[in-house]
Ligand binder design. Structure first.
Ligand code: CP3
Length: 318
């Protein structure tokens, strides 16, 4: 979960010389950043270095990463006209640099290391387009949903179409797993999730399923509608730390494949507390289908010896 990034000094060194978007858009650099955590930790899988916002540009929405502020969208998408103007045809072809980076990484990764491609899910991508950046209450997003349901429908259909093409091209380029990030969908009620989000995520996942490539579907704060996310049709369900894995298996069945769910903050705390949390997850997962991961992105201040400890504890159980 954000295994490349600022907690690694080799990443920080590259970031002194290049902007975030420059790293993403230069295939050799994106490939190098993807490989950094693999060289250091020999993880089971690499995730291509990119960002869920890259398709915005391809759809005609300009943005940048402002220092210390996160993403800033130049002109947020708010009106029916804004949504009609979004480019769909050929959008995935304007992300060629991602496919090139995937091709380079695949040629450099050991055969035993899987390569994960990814995209943002329609709700989370729409929320950035509408809010213009990160949001606390998602007011503009929910108001568009409630006040202009037809415009919302068109926006979600357009994002879903581009995302499907984008993920299929990542698979063609060599991604062996794809992850659909709906990071902020937990701000919705169960009913709003079902009415305004589920159909669009399901349409993407059903196209991916036809390829035979496994898909991981992830969100945070989703404990109220994990069963619905499960029905959207991914191979693996990603969960955050707010819910016990054992409870999810009880709820959705023992054969459900889960990914998660260590609290990223646990890596900042005392090592004995960290070890206890990791072992608790491993105990609950014993004998079940599980991908160990953090419940959300690794924090920039994470100490490397915490990451090493987590990996060592997992490997001990293999
Ligand atoms: O996991 C990996 O190693 C692949 C790289 C990756 C990035 N973004 C690189 C990145 C992945 C998988 C993402 C996904 C992403 N991007 C999500 C979904 C996953 C999640 O964490 O919820 C979201 C919501 C975004 C949007 C985004 N990108 C935000 C909110 C920010 C700013 C946050 C911050 O910490 O500054 C980014 C920037 C970003 N994307 C960074 C990285 C390594 C930090 C950029 C930097 O170097 O300054």
């Amino acid at each position: 979960m954000r295994q490349a990034g600022r907690y690694l000094e080799e990443y920080r060194r590259l970031r002194e010389r290049y902007g975030m978007l420059e790293l993403c858009r230069t295939p050799d650099l994106a490939a190098e950043v993807t490989l950094q955590p693999i060289r250091r930790f020999d993880l089971d899988a690499a995730i291509i270095f990119a960002d869920i916002l890259l398709p915005l540009d391809a759809m005609g929405v300009r943005f940048d990463f402002a220092r210390g502020e996160g993403p800033v969208i130049e002109k947020p998408v708010r009106t029916p006209r804004d949504v009609r103007d979004l480019l769909v045809d050929g959008a995935e072809s304007r992300l060629e640099y991602v496919y090139q980076a995937i091709d380079i990484v695949r040629s450099k990764l050991p055969a035993r290391t899987a390569l994960i491609g990814f995209a943002g899910a329609p709700f989370t991508v729409a929320s950035y387009m509408i809010e213009g950046g990160h949001s606390r209450h998602f007011v503009a997003t929910k108001l568009l949903m409630y006040e202009q349901p037809d415009t919302w429908d068109l926006l979600m259909k357009k994002i879903a179409q581009v995302t499907t093409g984008y993920l299929l091209k990542q698979i063609q380029a060599g991604a062996q797993v794809v992850q659909l990030f709906d990071s902020w969908v937990g701000c919705l009620s169960r009913q709003d999730y079902l009415d305004f989000v589920f159909p669009y995520s399901r349409s993407i996942l059903s196209e991916i399923r036809k390829t035979g490539v496994p898909a991981i579907h992830f969100g945070t704060g989703t404990s109220a509608f994990l069963d619905a996310m499960h029905k959207a049709g991914s191979t693996v369900l990603g969960v955050d730390w707010r819910i016990e894995l054992a409870d999810v298996w009880k709820w959705l069945g023992d054969r459900t494949v889960l990914q998660g769910n260590l609290d990223p903050v646990a890596l900042l705390g005392p090592k004995d507390v960290l070890a206890e949390r990791v072992n608790r997850i491993l105990d609950q997962a014993g004998g079940r289908l599980h991908i160990f991961n953090l419940g959300h992105g690794i924090l920039p201040q994470t100490p490397l010896d915490s990451v090493e400890l987590v990996i060592e504890l997992i490997r001990k159980r293999d």
